[in-house]
Structure formats: structure tokens, C-alpha cells
Design a protein around this ligand. Structure first.
Ligand code: 6PG
Length: 238
């Protein structure tokens, strides 16, 4: 996890030097929670000028912000409160609203933050953090779900039949407009899917396999269990 924290700090440094702000889209899931807690801890927290970090979310569950399943709540508890992130820099998906309205409002929020209009291009985040589900999903782009065919929208309400739920999620074209994407993957249950995705083996591709920012490979940080089928020397988790 220290490697992930160093990577985030490095990208933040470069973005702050280049543009004076760091636009970071967070993900939910258990793996990033550990990263957020580490970044909030002594030795890390003071290395970032948090007042110039803009926090966004690449997906959200359709629940209020204080709900146990809220990705916003997880990040707030693990990181935002600890580093006293200013509320003007926190751009959360409003999971408590009707999903389509929440998606449209988030597109308007992004348009204001990035100075790009929906329909005329895509905002470029400095970093989008992503996870991989054992079913091949990333963000809330699940296999077979309608959002996967989206080519113009930035954020949509995605009906996920396998969950019997609607999720708010970034679309593939928005993910692929990012300056950098970093996947964090941990656990043996991810090993088979990770191998297929990283080796580009599945056809049709899993949703995570379709994340190729500007046509390039995203970055992957995986633990030994998740990476056990990659045939690579993997350093023990630090
Ligand atoms: C979410 C996520 C989701 C997550 C993966 C991996 O809201 O759950 O954004 O895409 O990243 O499911 O989650 P883990 O890190 O818990 O394995």
C-alpha cells in the first residue's frame, strides 16, 4: 500500500506543479480504503497540500451520504476528515437523488470544475483510482450493463441486473480521457480475472479491460495473491 501512496503523492506533486490543483477521482471498495487511511496518517498526510486537491468519485451507490454503503462516506471517514479537506473541494455524487438526476447534476458539476461542456469533449482528471471486481467490473461498469455502450455521456445511472440495483458511474469515454488511471487490486479471488484483463485475453473484453486512457495501458498495483497468475516476480506487499 505504501507503493500506492507514493504513486498518488507523486502524481499530485506533478499536477500541483503543472496546474496548481490535483483533480483526483476516488473509487470505493476495500482496497482503496486502506490507501486512504495510509495517506491520512503521519508521514504521508503532511506531504500533500490537501487544500488544492479536488476530490471526485468514479462511482457511487444510490444511497445517502451517511449510509454504510456510500463510497463518499468511506472516503470521508478514511481520508477527507483527517486531512481537513475543504468542502469546496469535495465533489460528491449525490446518491440520495433520483439516479438520472444525480448523474446529470454531476456532469454539470464536472463541467463547472473543468470548463468543458457535456457533448463537446471530456474532462481530464489527473488521476482516476479504480478497482477490479472478481466479475470483471470496474467503477460501476458491470459486465452486460447498459452503461458500457455509452459513447457521449460522462456520468450515467447504470442499472446493474446482477446486483438488482442502480449505480452511478463514470462512463468508459470519461475514464479513458484521464491523464492517468491506477488500478489497485488485492486478493486471490481476483487472480483469474486480473490475468485475463492485464493480458488482454478475454473476448469480449471485461469492462476493466476496456480502460485504456488515450489508448495506453493503465497502471496496475496488485498484491501477490491477485497477481499469482501473472507469471511475474511480485514483490511482497510492503
Ligand atoms: C465500488 C467500486 C468498485 C470496486 C471494486 C473492487 O463502489 O465498489 O468502486 O468498482 O473498486 O468492486 O473492490 P475491492 O477493492 O473491495 O475489491
Amino acid at each position: 500500500m505504501r507503493t500506492a501512496a507514493e504513486r498518488v503523492i507523486c502524481v499530485a506533486d506533478a499536477a500541483l506543479a503543472a496546474r496548481g490543483r490535483f483533480d483526483w477521482a476516488l473509487s470505493g471498495g476495500s482496497t482503496p480504503a486502506a490507501l486512504y487511511r495510509l495517506l491520512a496518517s503521519p508521514g504521508y498526510a503532511e506531504r500533500v497540500d490537501w487544500s488544492r486537491v479536488h476530490f471526485f468519485w468514479s462511482d457511487e451507490r444510490c444511497v445517502p451520504p451517511d449510509h454504510a454503503e456510500s463510497n463518499f462516506r468511506m472516503a470521508r471517514e478514511a481520508l477527507l476528515d483527517a486531512v481537513a479537506a475543504p468542502s469546496s473541494r469535495i465533489h460528491r455524487l449525490e446518491g440520495e437523488l433520483p439516479p438520472s438526476a444525480a448523474a446529470q447534476r454531476y456532469e454539470a458539476e464536472l463541467a463547472g470544475c473543468f470548463g468543458v461542456e457535456p457533448g463537446s469533449g471530456f474532462p481530464a482528471f489527473d488521476l482516476i483510482l479504480l478497482g477490479l471486481g472478481a466479475d470483471g467490473h470496474t467503477a460501476s461498469l458491470f459486465p452486460g450493463s447498459p452503461a458500457l455502450v455509452e459513447t457521449r455521456r460522462w456520468v450515467v445511472a447504470n442499472e446493474v441486473a446482477t446486483l438488482g440495483a442502480t449505480r452511478l458511474t463514470f462512463t468508459l469515454p470519461l475514464l479513458n480521457a484521464t491523464r492517468a488511471a491506477l488500478f489497485l487490486v488485492a486478493g486471490a479471488d481476483k487472480a483469474e480475472r486480473l490475468e485475463q484483463v492485464v493480458m488482454n485475453r478475454a473476448d469480449p473484453p471485461w469492462p476493466a479491460q476496456r480502460v485504456r486512457p488515450h489508448g495506453a495501458e493503465p497502471d496496475w498495483l496488485v498484491d501477490a495473491e491477485a497477481g499469482s497468475r501473472l507469471g511475474l516476480p511480485i514483490e511482497a506487499a510492503p
